[in-house]
Design a protein around this ligand. Structure first.
Ligand SMILES: C[S@@+](CC[C@H](N)C(=O)[O-])C[C@H]1O[C@@H](n2cnc3c(N)ncnc32)[C@H](O)[C@@H]1O
Length: 266
């Protein structure tokens, strides 16, 4: 764990404040009652942050996301925490029939609509559906799908934020993802393992500050292992196949440590 990794993390926190606070200020001036609603203010801030972080973060990892998503996503795709909908740009229009963008921050929905339309998915022809609930609300999601599980679930930098993450990941896998070939594709920043105890310690120490700036995002969740270790009601793994890998040119002790994964359901 190097000084450089720590410096990078503080620079990211600074940039989050730089882009989030002006959006909060403008929103409070327009509607002072927002001061009584910290969750709404956090969403306003995140919407401001994502105008800057969304395109930059996406552009820096295009090759990795193409390799993960483009050949594997097919049928009906559920994008968890869609943000501005950058994932839609990785979908092969010949393989993916419908793009479902789940995004509880409604301030981001107009971006999703525009990005999806440019990629050939619209609400008017039924190939785009935008859901406003959280990923943890799997009963509502399933009912919006008319009870039919999806062929592909994509999570890009979202498992770090969802409430009750282990329980939610399990329910997404068991209830929302189709059996017999349904795929979960993830690109997530995760907690370091035992080989990087200092970095893992700093991830835990900085999470209380980080999550206040980035709308509940946690640096210290080993979501990649939670996906791998899901078990069904029968005590067995639901996975037929699974693989995980990292990204190139990343410091091994980066506090924003990326793991990608492709898991195929039995
Ligand atoms: C770091 S952003 C990633 C956005 C997008 N996946 C991308 O890569 O550009 C995390 C997203 O998760 C969303 N989010 C927050 N709470 C959520 C929840 N409970 N369920 C699903 N998504 C959530 C946020 O609004 C935000 O858009």
């Amino acid at each position: 764990m190097g000084f450089r990794d720590l410096l990078d993390t503080f620079a990211t926190i600074y940039a989050g404040l730089k882009y989030g606070l002006p959006a909060v200020f403008r929103a409070v001036v327009a509607s002072p009652a927002l001061l009584l609603d910290p969750a709404a203010l956090s969403r306003v801030s995140m919407a401001g942050i994502w105008v800057f972080f969304g395109p930059g973060g996406d552009g820096g990892r295009r090759a990795e996301k193409t390799q993960l998503i483009t050949p594997n996503a097919r049928g009906v795709v559920l994008d968890l925490g869609a943000g501005h909908g950058h994932t839609v740009n990785y979908l092969d229009r010949n393989l993916v029939t419908k793009y479902i963008a789940l995004e509880p921050n409604t301030l981001m929905h107009s971006y999703i609509r525009a990005m999806a339309a440019a990629a050939g998915y619209t609400e008017s022809d039924g190939t785009l559906l935008i859901l406003s609930c959280g990923a943890e609300d799997t009963p509502s999601i399933l009912s919006s799908l008319n009870g039919k599980p999806v062929d592909t679930v994509v999570s890009v930098l979202t498992f770090c934020t969802i409430p009750f993450p282990q329980q939610t990941i399990r329910s997404i896998v068991l209830d929302l993802l189709a059996s017999n070939g349904g795929e979960l594709l993830f690109f997530e920043h995760v907690q370091h393992g035992r080989d990087q105890p200092n970095a893992a310690w700093w991830q835990g120490a900085l999470t209380p500050l980080w999550k206040r700036v980035f709308d509940g995002c946690c640096l210290n969740r080993p979501t990649h292992t939670w996906v791998k270790d899901v078990v069904g009601d029968d005590g067995q793994t639901p996975w037929r196949q699974g693989e995980m890998w990292g990204v190139g040119n990343e410091s091994e002790s980066d506090l924003f440590w990326i793991r990608m994964g492709r898991f195929v359901k039995k």
